[in-house]
Design a protein around this ligand. Structure first.
Ligand SMILES: Nc1ncnc2c1ncn2[C@@H]1O[C@H](COP(=O)(O)OP(=O)(O)OP(=O)(O)O)[C@@H](O)[C@H]1O
Ligand SMILES: [Zn+2]
Length: 627
């Protein structure tokens, strides 16, 4: 091993490497490379944590894993494989989520440095906070295709992971998805919503039926239908898609006709929508007039995944996948549901078929199953070389951190082509200091919460704002100056408040809340500003991370343009935007300039306690287009 071979490293560093204790978070694409580098560089004491098991799709790049390991714990197999390179290293593995409360500040304080090799913001945000609290240097890294990024997060010295709002990721208005799709991605998102409506965790925000409250139709469209059939949420008042499908025993033909004939006819009755658009063409089961692809054609010779299915093929796949998913679904316990996964054959077939049928109906170009999969899973192909280079730089940074040479630990960006500075590996010139207004690492973290206090409940304040948007784990909340305990992390203590509206518990415009997460050792001051939310599916709240930005525009011009330039300059890849390795994580809208705007909207991949997998709720999913 390098560190045990005299002369490879200078003596002082060699000693530090041998004596240090390192935590690796994530044993995926980057994590495997990092672990191998650590072991081969002579690190003597390593711990590694990963919540997942090995999937076949990991094998092409996560080289510590082989076919026989599929289904086994990533952390445990990574440990065993790495030990085969150097049995003298002490490696401890945890098959667990780093978000678990078992890993408190004391756990982190045992390490000299923490190396993140994660794929989602939720876990990254959390480790960031824990390392700040424990005052342990964190090396954050990520890749997206050929791009990679490595940065050191050191309390008081550098930006933290949450110092800067993350770049906006693309989402689509509900009415585009439900009424007027114009691109393949709109149909793919709709198909994923449909999967959830039929078999998954159904969610009102993901309704797939025509949206009669589409602002475009407000004047006159939908006419009698609107007046008679829609409720104030804009949804046609009828049994839920799932209840309807169940009542019809998930008959593929009936579901087909409802979705692609009746609902489309209904949409056509909303005439305003089609004044400037090509109207959709309803399709009936069995009326497939499209010619079959000739056996000798290029299309016919492509693999099932690569070719564009004609409508008849789509209908067959639609029926087969529905039948299979129905059988899976009815095996589940009452209240349990399926979870869409791009690597599940039938779930993927279902989405590919539905999306393509809908595309056909709306005259949108169709996509192969392969293309649908990458769009539906927000996949940027994982490039093993980028992971390897990134992991190499992570470990080089680790050497610097152990030597406390922090001034040599600037962020590094890996690019496919030479940057303006003629580099493929482009380091920042200086270490970017912490943002004094950061709502995580500043001395007095504060935010403004614009919220409809007449509509939001205390439970939603806890689950949607504090836990999902602000990434707390076990929040406690009191009203400042009044001492009213609104939310307690002690089980059951404030359960009675759950369904109370904020206004009814004295959380009104101008009120200040003190939120506190004991586990993360994090305190946050929240100034509440009431805003009326008109439509039920509109964003219920908005978090403004820098309260200063609420001041009149003129005063903020400088601050805003600086932050914009920073974002553009750094061309962030994964560290802030996507994720390690392969998938752009599922995040909600975050505006770059003025505020962090997080709509109250559930994620497709949210997994309730009933799911078998332990995965975090931010993973490769939904609504975001990778450009
Ligand atoms: N909260 C968490 N605790 C522990 N490990 C986590 C957590 N969240 C994500 N991870 C792990 O981080 C790793 C990230 O690796 P990577 O980006 O290569 O993802 P992957 O799941 O292996 O690949 P793909 O997403 O392409 O299937 C994964 O192994 C994942 O299980
Ligand atoms: Zn910060």
């Amino acid at each position: 091993m390098a560190a045990s071979i005299a002369g490879v490293f200078e003596e002082n560093l060699q000693k530090k490497i041998l004596e240090s204790k390192v935590l690796v978070v994530g044993a995926g694409g980057i994590g495997c490379e990092v672990l191998k580098n650590l072991v081969l560089s002579g690190f003597g004491d390593i711990e590694i944590i990963d919540l997942d098991t090995i999937d076949v799709s990991n094998l092409n790049r996560q080289f510590l894993f082989h076919k026989e390991h599929v289904g086994k714990s990533k952390a445990e197999v990574a440990r065993k494989s790495a030990l085969s390179f150097n049995p003298n290293v002490r490696i401890k593995s945890y098959h667990d989520s780093i978000l678990s409360t078992d890993y408190g500040v004391g756990f982190y304080q045992r390490f000299n440095v923490v190396l993140n090799a994660l794929d989602n913001r939720q876990a990254r945000n959390h480790v960031n906070r824990m390392c700040l609290t424990a005052n342990v240097p964190l090396i954050e890294s990520g890749t997206a295709g050929y791009n990679g990024q490595i940065e050191l997060i050191k309390k008081g010295l550098s930006q933290c992971y949450e110092c800067k709002p993350k770049p906006t990721q693309k989402t689509f208005p509900g009415c585009t998805i439900r009424n007027t799709p114009s691109e393949p991605i709109h149909c793919i998102v709709w198909a994923k919503h449909l999967f959830n409506q039929l078999f998954g965790e159904s969610n009102a925000d993901e309704d797939v039926s025509p949206d009669t409250a589409d602002p475009e139709t407000a004047a006159e469209a939908g006419k009698e239908a609107l007046a008679t059939e829609s409720n104030n949420k804009g949804n046609v008042e009828r049994t839920s898609t799932r209840a309807w499908a169940q009542a019809n025993n998930y008959d593929p033909e009936k579901i087909f006709n409802k979705l692609f004939n009746e609902d489309i006819k209904y949409l056509l009755s909303m005439e305003t929508l089609w004044k400037t658009r090509t109207p959709p063409q309803p399709k009936l089961w069995g009326e497939f007039t499209e010619a079959c692809v000739s056996e000798n054609s290029v299309e016919a010779n492509k693999s099932r995944d690569q070719k564009i299915w004609n409508i008849e093929e789509c209908a067959k796949v639609f029926a087969t996948s529905i039948n299979f998913l129905k059988d899976e679904f009815i095996k589940l316990a009452e209240g349990d549901h399926l979870v869409w996964d791009k690597d599940d054959k039938h779930a993927m077939d279902f989405v590919a078929a539905c999306a393509n049928i809908r595309s056909k109906v709306f005259g949108i170009s169709q996509k192969s199953r392969f293309e649908v999969k990458s769009m539906a899973g927000n996949i940027i192909p994982a490039i093993a070389t980028t992971n390897a280079i990134t992991a190499g730089i992570v470990v080089m940074h680790t050497f610097k951190v152990l030597q406390e040479l922090y001034d040599q630990c600037q962020s590094v960006y890996i690019r496919l082509r030479l940057t303006g500075r003629n580099k493929l590996f482009d380091p920042d010139k200086v270490m970017i200091p912490p943002n004094p207004k950061c709502y995580v690492c500043s001395p007095k973290p504060e935010i403004v919460l614009k919220v409809d206090t007449k509509k939001m409940t205390v439970k939603s304040l806890r689950d949607d704002v504090l836990i999902k948007a602000l990434n707390m784990v076990q929040p406690d909340v009191i009203i400042d100056g009044k001492g009213v305990i609104v939310i307690s992390s002690e089980e059951g203590e404030t359960e009675a408040n759950d369904n109370i509206l904020l206004k009814d518990i004295q959380i009104v415009d101008g009120c200040i809340l003190k939120a506190d997460d004991y586990f993360q050792n994090y305190e946050l001051s929240i100034t509440v500003i009431h805003k009326d939310v008109e439509r039920d599916d509109a964003e219920m709240f908005e978090v403004v991370a820098d309260p200063g930005l609420l001041k009149p525009e003129q005063q903020n011009l400088t601050a805003q343009s600086t932050s914009k330039n920073n974002v553009a300059e750094r061309m962030e890849t994964d560290g802030n935007n996507s994720d390690s390795d392969c998938c752009i994580e599922d995040e909600e809208i975050i505006s770059i300039l003025s505020s962090v705007v997080i709509p109250k909207k559930r994620k497709l991949s949210d997994e309730g306690p009933s799911e078998k997998r332990l995965k975090s709720n931010n993973e490769d999913d939904d609504l975001i287009l990778v450009d």
